[in-house]
Write a protein that binds this ligand. Structure first.
Ligand SMILES: CC(C)(COP(=O)(O)OP(=O)(O)OC[C@H]1O[C@@H](n2cnc3c(N)ncnc32)[C@H](O)[C@@H]1OP(=O)(O)O)[C@@H](O)C(=O)NCCC(=O)NCCS
Length: 166
């Protein structure tokens, strides 16, 4: 942790929250604020229903909900979606910590990789977190998106294979 967070000495922690719980509802509000409202959109009932099967991650700055994301299983892969950090806390390393949490979840639960459909503006963030671009960009709901996939760190690969053998 750096800058403001390091100065204040407040720890960030992440947890999985249950679909439909109060923390899930707060996470939906946060991502709606950051991802959808600027486009004049909300999350529809149908979209939220589909999230029943997904893994919901919430990050806390002290007691304050500061970040959220979800992981949607696709066979032996996870699709990372709805990734946000609260606006006034961005560029403090929270998103990066959340990517580590997701990677650990994937590793522990035997998923082979994590991919996402990144918005243009978020590409530098994913590149910094060891994601690489895959294929051609495409358009969805008026946004230019790029498929990106995380390359696991050699340490985690080695650790995962050691755990499986032992
Ligand atoms: C993308 C997002 C989740 C990143 O969260 P964050 O907590 O700010 O990320 P971090 O502080 O861990 O950033 C790590 C690195 O990523 C890069 N990065 C992050 N945001 C960036 C931006 N807006 N522009 C350029 N580089 C960026 C930087 O290299 C940064 O390191 P630095 O601050 O030392 O330069 C956050 O900016 C966000 O919520 N954006 C709006 C929603 C969004 O676009 N989500 C992604 C949808 S695909």
């Amino acid at each position: 942790m750096k800058k403001l967070i390091k100065q204040k000495g407040i720890k960030i922690h992440f947890q999985i929250v249950n679909y439909g719980s109060d923390l899930y509802k707060k996470s939906v509000s946060l991502r709606e604020e950051v991802l959808r409202k600027p486009l004049g959109l909300i999350f529809t009932k149908k979209e939220l229903e589909l999230e029943k099967e997904h893994i919901h991650i919430a990050g806390f700055y002290g007691h304050e909900l500061c970040a959220t994301a979800l992981l949607a299983p696709h066979g032996d892969e996870l699709k990372l979606q709805r990734v946000v950090t609260k606006a006034h806390l961005q560029r403090n390393g929270i998103g990066t910590e959340m990517m580590r949490f997701c990677e650990e979840y994937a590793s522990k639960h035997g998923y082979k990789s994590i991919f996402c459909h990144a918005r243009e503006a978020a590409i530098p963030f994913y590149l910094k977190n060891r994601y690489v671009l895959e294929g051609e960009p495409f358009e969805e709901e008026g946004l230019q998106l790029h498929k990106m996939r995380q390359v696991r760190s050699p340490f985690r690969r080695c650790f995962a294979s050691f755990s499986l053998k032992s």
